[in-house]
Design a binder for this molecule. Structure first.
Ligand code: HGY
Ligand code: MN
Ligand code: MN
Length: 409
């Protein structure tokens, strides 16, 4: 096997592709990207990625949920591929790097293999998974959960957005319903940290050992709409106050559990939503995350107790739905060690860490030995237009991905 340890990616080409993808779904008024899953913004991003895949000479494959794959054949066509992946859909007003960096960094690795005329034994593949964020269709990690058979097509096709549009309908509307996939193999995911650790410590690379558990709920309180002026406080069934109390209880729960536990109420809506009417109905979401399996299980039950307790205090009816429940995962020890070793061999500072954010690797690691590579997020910011990673850092992470892939092909 030839020694390719001195090969590096084309950092200018990576920067150009990130900036060009960053124009897809860009919203000048907010400075953010709006490539919400299966939206028009997502479609133009998908079209650009597919163009680059075809122009680079790779086989383009698209599956039933719109996952986009690039496939570069190896000499052994039956060998399991080395897969690199992430997502190009964004949250509302998202940043330049979340997801897109992993997909375009993977494409850059494949382009670099071509530039150096490297023939591999194993096939090399790229995956851009549909609806990783769950921002529009609130079932996150959707494409990777379908790819790994954790969720069936009828379940994911039926998910609707706030306007009642379904995944199936939107996939067909943007023309991304396919029927081709790739086999399982080894999986690397390159991603920005989306937290402060690497930036604060001045470390270039994160060798990610696993991801914390993630659970989402939607809870709906039903009380009594009534006059804001003439309804005495003691006679009210105020759903907004109950939801506000539940939100504070979620914060207290996360702080009490500790171990970096986090709890977030990110969405809330009331009816009839009028200044002089006590809210008769209130719907809100909870996002709960924890690294330790037992604490994660305990925390989930306590969140659901909070829903009941805050409703009971004000005589409300309530119902909730657990939308997502993905347990904590640990990655393949050998692949994590490979990432760490390659970073050190190239001369980059590296630390082992766990991920606070969820990623497609959380499902893919169930069917493929997997590991993730992190690069620093400036000030730890993400899921906002301010999200930033220096392009020099982005290139370092991509070089670690390249050298890690070269070890397995
Ligand atoms: O929510 C997450 O952790 C990821 O960004 N989808
Ligand atoms: Mn992401
Ligand atoms: Mn994200």
């Amino acid at each position: 096997m030839e020694n390719h340890s001195d090969i590096r990616i084309n950092s200018e080409r990576l920067e150009r592709s990130l900036k060009e993808m960053g124009e897809m779904g860009f919203t000048p008024e907010t400075g953010g990207r709006n490539r919400l899953a299966l939206s028009d913004g997502d479609k133009v991003g998908r079209d650009l990625l597919c163009k680059w895949i075809i122009d680079s000479g790779f086989e383009l494959r698209i599956d039933e949920i719109g996952n986009i794959f690039a496939y570069r054949a190896g000499t052994d066509k039956d060998a399991a591929p080395v897969i690199m992946g992430s997502h190009i859909d964004t949250v509302r007003d998202g940043g330049l790097f979340d997801g897109a960096y992993g997909v375009l960094g993977s494409l850059e690795v494949m382009r670099t293999l071509n530039d150096n005329n490297i023939t591999t034994t194993r096939p090399v593949a790229l995956a851009a998974f549909t609806n990783e964020e769950g921002a529009r269709f609130q079932l996150d990690l959707m494409g990777s959960s379908y790819f790994t058979k954790a969720r069936t097509l009828d379940v994911v096709y039926a998910v609707k957005d706030d306007a009642g549009l379904s995944i199936e309908g939107e996939l067909k509307r943007i023309g991304y319903c396919g029927n081709k996939t790739i086999p399982y193999g080894n999986y690397f995911e390159l991603h920005i940290e989306q937290g402060p650790k690497l930036d604060v410590e001045g470390v270039s690379i994160g060798a990610v050992e696993g991801i914390q558990g993630l659970a989402w709920w939607r809870c709906e309180y039903s009380g009594e709409a009534n006059h804001a002026g003439s309804t005495p406080m003691e006679l009210r069934h105020d759903t907004l106050l109950a939801a506000a109390e539940a939100a504070m209880e979620v914060e207290k729960l996360a702080l009490r559990i500790g171990n970096s536990c986090v709890g977030t109420v990110g969405r809330i809506s009331v009816e009839p939503d009028v200044i002089n009417i006590v809210a008769g109905k209130c719907c809100f979401t909870v996002d709960f995350r924890q690294y330790d399996k037992a604490l994660f299980e305990q925390g989930k039950h306590e969140v659901e107790d909070i829903f009941a307790r805050c409703a009971g205090k004000r005589g409300l009816k309530f119902e909730f739905k657990r939308l997502v429940d993905v347990p904590p995962v640990s990655f393949d020890a050998d692949m994590v060690s490979l990432v760490e070793r390659k970073a050190k061999e190239i001369g980059y500072s590296v630390k082992r860490m766990y991920s606070g954010a969820g990623h497609d690797a959380q499902f893919v690691c169930k069917v493929c030995p997997a590991a993730m590579i992190f690069v620093p997020s400036k000030d730890g910011r993400s899921h906002c237009p301010e999200e930033w990673t220096d392009f020099a850092d982005a290139a370092k992470g991509c070089n670690v991905l390249l050298q890690s892939v070269l070890e397995l092909i």
